[in-house]
Write a protein that binds this ligand. Sequence first.
Ligand code: SF4
Length: 372
Amino acid sequence: MLTETEITEVFESSQSYLQLMKEADRITKARHGNYITLERAIFLSWYCSLASCAFCYMSAHGSKIDREKAKRAPWRILAEAELCRRAGWNIEFLSSGYGALERQEIKQIAEMIAYTTHKAVWLNIGVLNEDELSFFGEEVEGVTGSIETLDSGIRSKIVPEKPVKPIRDMLINAKAQGFKTGITIILGLGENLEAISNLLNFIDENDVDRVIFYSLNPHEGTEFENRASPASLYHSRVVAITRVSFPDIKIISGTWVDQLPSIGMNLLAGANGITKFPLFSMFGNHLGKRVEQETKLANRKLLGTFSDWKVLKGEKELEEDRNPYALFNSRAPVVSRRAGERVEYFRPRIDKAVKEYIAKAEEKSRRSKYSI
Ligand code: SF4
């Protein structure tokens, strides 16, 4: 694990940075191979009872959102899961704000998605206590704590209602109950280098399995709306420091669509997966192609597709050697019979929603002068 002095050195010396990148690239290929997954969070609801995180869309608009109306229809969620399965995109996690759904609702959706994709899901739905965690079974692979930043100077201002301790307790309880654990970190909030060394200590002390780094997406109406996203040389430094410190964890790196050039560097720095892309706006156009090129030039093999319409439409299966659902053939979780029955009951509405999503993606692709 890198020390504070070594972290400082990586930021103060370009040669140290380049050496670290070289080491991160070597470790990643040796421990994880050269596969890169496409990851997509599936939102269950647009409501959050906190609506207070300074960078979040909810902090600007949350008070106007009605909890019941903000819930997405299950067939639309399942349609998105079906498209992820077809295109070979991993479902990063099921996501909602705090208090958006009852645990029974979350379990039902998780089971239905596991039935659809034959894969257990991750959750990112706020803090769950020991009792709430025990409610979930094989349909859940892991739980995510949205830490966001470990800079002690800004944390209480950025995430005033998300203290670290309950999140840490959830991760410890989740581990004890056999779930994997992950955290999310947002880069570019104004954090200092101490935050990186605190992050390394947190991963180490809590045996975290997966870290997701997002670059700040400056939302309109928040205090960050005029703030620039972090530089690629900053983002990749943090990823590389984490990779070299923890060779075996999974790292996912999220860059918004205006940050596509930083993907290649994040992959060289040790990311195993990339996320935060608007699937239906990027499929079949120059943006999706750019992601594929960035991956190729980082000498990695991108799983899933950003460009094959036949695969998205279900007219052909994704090739096995590009399909994470086939390549990492984990045992399908056992879910209740009721979950399967509900999916089949929703099937006509799921199929209709799938067609709508594809039509939307085709329309966006047609309008792009860079369609491929
Ligand atoms: S808890 Fe999540 S959804 Fe709620 S305000 Fe914070 S970041 Fe936004």
